[in-house]
Design a protein around this ligand. Structure first.
Ligand code: AMP
Length: 249
């Protein structure tokens, strides 16, 4: 079984994003970019499934600018076998990405697609669900455990009240949540080896996908600054402040 893992290049999670002066988005000039952290978890899970013998090949794909090939090389240094870069503008919308992925699924015929549950730049949490809808496949989103057996994926999903177990007939879509695993670091020898692994580049237009944006950004602003908290001396003082200052009781 082949596993397809879509990985997105996003602003590194350690960086405090700066809003552009005109409020049209986040300024990415000169900012460190990395693989979306949930996608690292997705890559790790796919590589572990191959190591366990449940899969034979892990193919990573990114839809974005030329620089996204660095992200694909990182995924291959973690253990993915080969990569596909679909060239488009920076940060395409989830629907466009899902349509590109559908085309690649038709071409590559994977048994499983493991995505991140969300990309930390836009926090859309939509691509995996849209892809499942376009393909008519079952989906196990927010996965914290995955087991493959007898043509099925058994997925534990993180839900508000705890966890839910679902059994998906393969082929299927899974999106990775934080507790699924702890991704490995790419070792230097593996980073060197990854440079020689195959990376195919395709133009989005070649796939016949309409990448036209359907969403427009009205404005992007910094969240209001939070005032520092205080420590109260007693329960009585807390109740007094909740009643008279915060006026919530
Ligand atoms: P989102 O729906 O944008 O929050 O993204 C959810 C997941 O879809 C990500 O964690 C990635 O696995 C995948 N994804 C989103 N955008 C891209 C992209 N441009 N290239 C590759 N994968 C993507």
């Amino acid at each position: 079984m082949k596993i397809l893992v879509p990985v997105k290049r996003v602003v590194d999670y350690n960086i405090k994003p700066r809003v552009k002066a005109d409020g049209s988005g986040v300024d990415t000039t000169g900012v460190k970019m990395s693989m979306n952290p949930f996608d690292e978890i997705a890559v790790e899970e796919a590589v572990r499934l191959r190591e366990k013998g449940a899969a034979s090949e892990v193919v990573v794909v990114s839809v974005g600018v030329q620089k996204a090939q660095d992200t694909l090389r990182t995924a291959m240094a973690m253990g993915a076998d080969r990569a596909i870069l679909v060239l488009s503008e920076e940060s395409p919308e989830p629907l466009a990405v899902a349509k590109v992925l559908r085309k690649l699924v038709e071409k590559e015929e994977p048994g499983l697609v493991i995505l991140g549950k969300q990309a930390i730049d836009d926090d859309m949490n939509a691509t995996g669900q849209m892809l499942a809808g376009l393909l008519g496949w079952g989906q196990g989103t927010f996965a914290s455990k995955v087991e493959i057996a007898d043509g099925h994926a058994r997925v534990s999903r993180e839900i508000d009240g705890g966890t839910e177990e679902v059994s998906l007939t393969l082929p299927a879509i899974i999106t990775a949540d934080l507790r699924l695993n702890e991704p490995r670091y790419a070792s230097l020898p593996n980073i060197m080896k990854a440079k020689k692994k195959p990376l195919e580049t395709i133009e989005a237009a070649e796939l016949g996908v309409d990448m036209k944006p359907r969403l427009s950004v009205v404005s992007v602003a910094e969240p209001p600054e939070r005032k520092a908290g205080i420590k109260v001396g007693s329960v009585g003082e807390l109740v007094e402040k909740l009643r008279n200052e915060a006026k919530v009781i």
